[in-house]
Design a protein around this ligand. Structure first.
Ligand SMILES: NC(=O)c1ccc[n+]([C@@H]2O[C@H](COP(=O)([O-])OP(=O)(O)OC[C@H]3O[C@@H](n4cnc5c(N)ncnc54)[C@H](O)[C@@H]3O)[C@@H](O)[C@H]2O)c1
Length: 271
């Protein structure tokens, strides 16, 4: 799948990975990139720098998401690549558990991390099929493939997001619909800093991440790997190769993987 010549929408495009994806898609020759974000100011700033369009949109609100799609198709052009990238992180990072995750956090996590992907696909699929094809890029997480120390609601809804992406790929491939699932580990964005807040000093938190998952990547590195993955039309795009080996070990020996992960996560909590 080549981004060149396509109208692209990136949700959560005002900052972090979404910003880097929007910039990279523009550099790859996208016809136009629509940068949608809860916050209009960063969306407009990113859009202005790449000749794109900035839009305010809370993707957790179905009406706003549908309006974004309608306006883009009407005013910019037929969407060739829709990137569901915005997420709710679950509050409290690794410390967010059954007791501390509020009903409001659960609700927002389902709406933004899962239903926004479903609503976008439901609105776009018939149009894409009629045009002979289209592509969905869902930013999920390694936490959606292999449970680790991430927040409870984040882990559960990212798994659901991977499930929906798989379903979409399997059921609509024959109609020319492509799906890729971007599953990063740790990327140096505001979200990572926020998730670490209150757990340790930033430096200590970064060190713990490097020890546990090997590396912290930049949003630009992730965008580069994403463009390569899209070109191959890989379903799973894994910026950190360690995730692929952990996912394989989980598939080969689920119980053994669960034992080892439980010990590791308990050790991390006690450290
Ligand atoms: N940073 C990481 O370490 C990491 C790791 C794995 C996966 N991810 C995933 O990457 C994606 C982007 O994360 P990031 O680290 O760039 O986050 P970020 O916080 O740096 O940027 C997220 C952007 O999304 C916007 N946003 C939040 N809620 C929104 C909503 N309801 N509607 C529209 N926009 C909204 C925010 O305003 C912000 O501009 C997420 O799906 C996240 O789960 C991030």
């Amino acid at each position: 799948m080549k981004v060149d010549g396509k109208v692209v929408v990136v949700t959560g495009g005002g900052r972090g990975i979404g910003r880097a994806l929007a910039e990279r898609f523009a550099a790859e020759g996208a016809a136009r990139v629509v940068v949608a974000d809860l916050d209009l100011e960063p969306a407009e700033r990113v859009a202005a720098a790449i000749g794109g369009v900035g839009r305010r949109c809370d993707v957790g609100d179905q009406d706003q998401l549908l309006a974004l799609i309608e306006e883009t198709e009407r005013e910019v052009g037929p969407i060739g690549l829709f990137c569901s990238n915005a997420a709710v992180f679950g509050g409290g990072g690794a410390t967010a558990n059954l007791e501390t995750t509020s009903p409001a956090t659960w609700d927002a996590s389902w709406r933004v991390n899962v239903m926004a992907h479903v609503w976008a696909a439901r609105a776009l699929l018939p149009r894409m099929v009629e045009r002979g094809g289209g592509y969905f890029l869902q930013t999920l997480s390694a936490a959606g493939l292999i449970t680790g120390p991430s927040a409870l609601s984040y882990t559960v809804t990212k798994h659901a997001g991977v499930g929906f992406a798989e379903w979409l790929a399997i059921n609509h491939r024959h109609q020319g619909i492509g799906v890729s699932c971007l599953c990063p580990t740790a990327v140096a964005t505001d979200a990572l800093t926020g998730a670490n807040a209150g757990t340790a000093s930033d430096a200590a938190a970064d060190e713990a991440i490097r020890r546990n998952i090997g590396l912290i990547q930049t949003p630009e590195e992730v965008a580069e790997i994403t463009v390569e993955g899209l070109a191959r039309e890989s379903f799973l795009i894994l910026p950190n190769p360690r995730v692929g080996s952990s996912f394989r070990r989980k598939g080969e020996d689920y119980d053994g993987w669960l034992d080892r992960t439980a010990s590791r996560v308990t050790g991390m909590r006690e450290a």
